[in-house]
Structure formats: C-alpha cells, structure tokens
Design a protein around this ligand. Structure first.
Ligand code: SAM
Length: 243
C-alpha cells in the first residue's frame, strides 16, 4: 500500500514538473527561493557574522530569472536552492552561495566589478543589478558565447564578457571595486590582488579540486596590504587554465 502511494506521489510530481510553468509561477517560485535563502542565512549566521543579508541583494535575487540561465531540461529545478549542471562539466552555483558572496562584497551602485567564471551568466546578472558595470571572464568558449547572448537578450547592457583565463584578470578595465571568483583556486591569484582598488574586496573559494575549500573574503587596505577572513567551507569546480 505504502509503495502504491509512493508511486502515485512520483507520478504526480512528474506530471507537475512536465507542465509548462507560467511567468507568475516562476515569480512565486523565486519568492520561495528568497525565503529559503533567508532561512539558510539565519541557520549559518555563525559563519556569516550576520542574520540577514542586505535588502538590495535580496531584491536582486528576487528579480533575476534563474530559469533563463539553466538548460531547458533543468528549468523546473531552477528555483531549488542547489547548483545545477550547465554543460561542459560546469555548474551554476547554489543561490544561497550566490547571495552570500554578493552580500559580502558590499556593492555600491557606482562600482565596477570583475567576475571570474561567467558560466551561465547568472552571477553576473545578479551583480549587474547592484553595480554600475560588470566585467566577466570565462575560459570555456561555448559557455562564454551563450552567456554573452543570454545576458544581452535579457537586457544586461552593463555586463561585458570575454573569453580568457581569469587568473590574470582584465588589466584594461582595472582597478575594480570588487572581484568575485566563482571557481576554486589553489592560491589567491596575485594579478587579481593587483587589480583590486585600495579599499576593495574580493570573494574567492580557495582549496584544491574535490578537497576542502573555504570561501575567503579579502580586503585590500589603503597601503596595498591585504587582510583575509575565512567565511565557510564550500565546494566549487576548479579554476582551470595554464597559469
Ligand atoms: N558564475 C557562474 C554562473 O553564475 O553560472 C558559475 C560559475 S561555475 C561554478 C565556474 C566557472 O568558472 C565555469 O564556467 C568554468 O568554466 C569557469 N572557469 C574555470 N577556470 C576559469 C579560468 N581560469 N578563467 C575563467 N573562467 C574559469
């Protein structure tokens, strides 16, 4: 009997997920996701040293249509608080991680931001809601091309992307008010520190592939020296390239 109900439940879920979702439903799913992020922030306040994120960050999370950044076959899962595959063995990060990394950078509307690891373009879109200009570098050509197209179609005119190894930053547009690295690096790339403005902040997952990684918040002081703060353990795909 129990098995019968389980099968019935699975059939119901499959039916629900295969039904086209209206724009209003996506907005409702997004609102639920934002509430979920808020709950996760409260639950992890010990690591974050705060119980709520900046209202502007939460508004951006509530605005950016994550379902447009995931492949069609995963669209129904777009508003689950989890990473999803985007092809080429890469992932779109978990929304909670996107929200806390964005929040810790304390972005102002006049800021110029560098992101390493464009992936789907989702994190760049969230940053673009908060900053004046976002520069984003992706090392895999097919991902860079499709993210650039997606961001343009969605009207994110303040995001510029390029194909390249983000380890070396984007000298032409430096210095940046903030830098966000969305792939795990074995070390903090010195070129990125050099391209950060005095007073600027950088978020980066540091650690080996499939080993313990920590999200690190770096602040560059006026005299050029840096302070680092370990936030929480994470699991990111590795920063690749020949560096
Ligand atoms: N920010 C992305 C998003 O919102 O979808 C998710 C990023 S995914 C976790 C990490 C991305 O970093 C992948 O797309 C990967 O190809 C890219 N990447 C890895 N090494 C890189 C490098 N050296 N330079 C630029 N991008 C890199």
């Amino acid at each position: 009997m129990l098995r019968f109900f389980t099968v019935l439940k699975i059939c119901f879920l499959v039916l629900l997920l295969s039904h086209p979702v209206a724009a209003d439903d996506y907005a409702a799913l997004r609102k639920n996701l934002v509430e979920r992020i808020a709950a996760d922030v409260r639950a992890t306040s010990f690591y974050l040293d705060k119980t709520v994120l900046d209202e502007r960050v939460m508004q951006a999370m509530n605005k950016v249509p994550r379902h447009k950044f995931v492949p069609p076959q995963y669209r129904h899962y777009a508003y689950l608080n989890r990473p999803l595959p985007i092809g080429e063995g890469q992932t779109i990060s978990q929304p909670y991680i996107v929200a806390i990394m964005t929040d810790l950078l304390k972005i102002n509307p006049t800021d110029s931001i560098l992101e390493i690891g464009t992936g789907s373009g989702y994190q760049a879109a969230v940053l673009a809601e908060l900053a004046k200009q976002v520069y984003s570098i992706e090392i895999i050509e097919s991902l860079q091309t499709s993210a650039a197209k997606r961001l343009a179609n969605l009207g994110y005119a303040n995001v510029k992307t390029k194909l390249g190894d983000g380890y070396f930053g984007w000298e032409e547009h430096a210095p940046f008010d903030a830098i966000m690295v969305t792939a795990a690096s074995g070390q903090i790339p010195p070129p990125l520190i050099a391209q950060l403005k005095p007073g600027g902040k950088m978020m980066i997952p540091v650690g080996g592939a499939f080993l313990t990684q920590y999200l690190i918040l770096i602040e560059k002081r006026a005299d050029g020296t840096v302070s680092t703060r370990q936030i929480l353990p994470v699991l990111f795909v590795p920063l690749t390239g020949k560096h």
